[in-house]
Ligand binder design. Structure first.
Ligand code: ZN
Length: 189
């Protein structure tokens, strides 16, 4: 059920198609967020991780891609929103051995569209899967996907203990040699 879009900025009767025409601009998909929501448009595509530079520090290589779905909606209170689903199999850099470690991510979030004139409010007051973003006539979808992916990455990517290659000593007692052990070696000589 489509509600009436309170963010209406022009005559949406003219927007009849459900399949949104995404305009590529500088090779980036950009959508008019309000028009997209009010037309209940849907977009399914992939974006290469090579095109998302803020992920590169975490990635072991840039060969992967992120599949995403963007769906617009307006609820019965006239609140316009975009739902973003992302899924990817990435290869991250293990922070212990600097080797490749596989990481699968899957996430969904609703972005409530807020007029530019309004404050976004405190994110802590929203449920985890809801965020408020300002209305954007040229919303860069890849940046939204990039932001969402960053939120899904582990704080520290690493293999399971003992799975590093080559094996490295775990932090703790085995790594810190007691000053007495070198003394013992000295005495044996
Ligand atoms: Zn490792």
């Amino acid at each position: 059920m489509l509600g009436r879009c309170l963010l209406k900025t022009f005559d949406f009767d003219r927007v009849v198609q459900n399949h949104y025409y995404a305009r590529p601009m500088q090779d980036r998909v950009r959508v008019d967020s309000v028009a997209f929501a009010c037309a209940a448009s849907e977009l399914r595509a992939t974006v290469s991780t090579a095109d998302l530079p803020r992920l590169h520090d975490a990635l072991f290589d840039q060969s992967g891609e992120i599949a995403y779905g963007l769906a617009g909606a307006v609820d019965q209170d006239g609140i316009a929103s975009l739902r973003l689903d992302i899924a990817a199999d990435l290869v991250l850099t293990c922070q212990r051995c600097l080797g490749p470690v596989k990481f699968s991510l899957k996430s969904a979030r609703n972005f409530i569209l807020v007029p530019q004139t309004q404050a976004l409010g405190d994110p802590a007051e929203e449920p985890d899967d809801v965020e408020r973003i300002h209305v954007d006539a040229m919303l860069d979808v890849a940046t939204l996907v990039e932001d969402e992916t960053i939120l899904c990455l582990p704080m520290v990517a690493a293999h399971q203990p003992g799975q590093c290659s080559p094996p490295v000593a775990l932090e703790g007692a085995s790594e810190k040699k007691s000053p007495f052990s070198s003394l013992a070696t000295l005495k044996r000589q």
